[in-house]
Design a protein around this ligand. Structure first.
Ligand code: SF4
Length: 85
């Protein structure tokens, strides 16, 4: 089973690894090491760009991620696509 391909650039992953214990570690094991396709942070990074991921967003906050994505301007109206940066 593969790990998330964003883990080297993800602040949540780094913080949960540094913490070594707690809720962040549980989420890291459940999402980053396993079901990364279901991660709220991952979906925003892939659709809106990694710089649009809120620092306080947890991997299980799918509803918030969906709201952010649906509220984002149409990609065609953006001056550039931050997902490519
Ligand atoms: S929190 Fe989400 S985006 Fe970050 S490394 Fe884990 S699965 Fe990937």
């Amino acid at each position: 089973m593969s790990k998330c391909d964003l883990m080297h650039a993800c602040s949540f992953y780094r913080r949960s690894t540094e913490a070594g214990t707690g809720l962040g570690v549980l989420y890291r094991r459940a999402y980053c090491d396993k079901d990364w396709q279901q991660c709220a942070r991952y979906s925003i990074a892939k659709v809106l760009g990694p710089h649009q991921v809120p620092q306080d967003l947890y991997p299980n906050m799918a509803d918030r991620a969906r709201q952010m994505i649906s509220a984002a301007p149409d990609p065609a109206s953006r001056p550039f696509d931050s997902a490519d940066s």
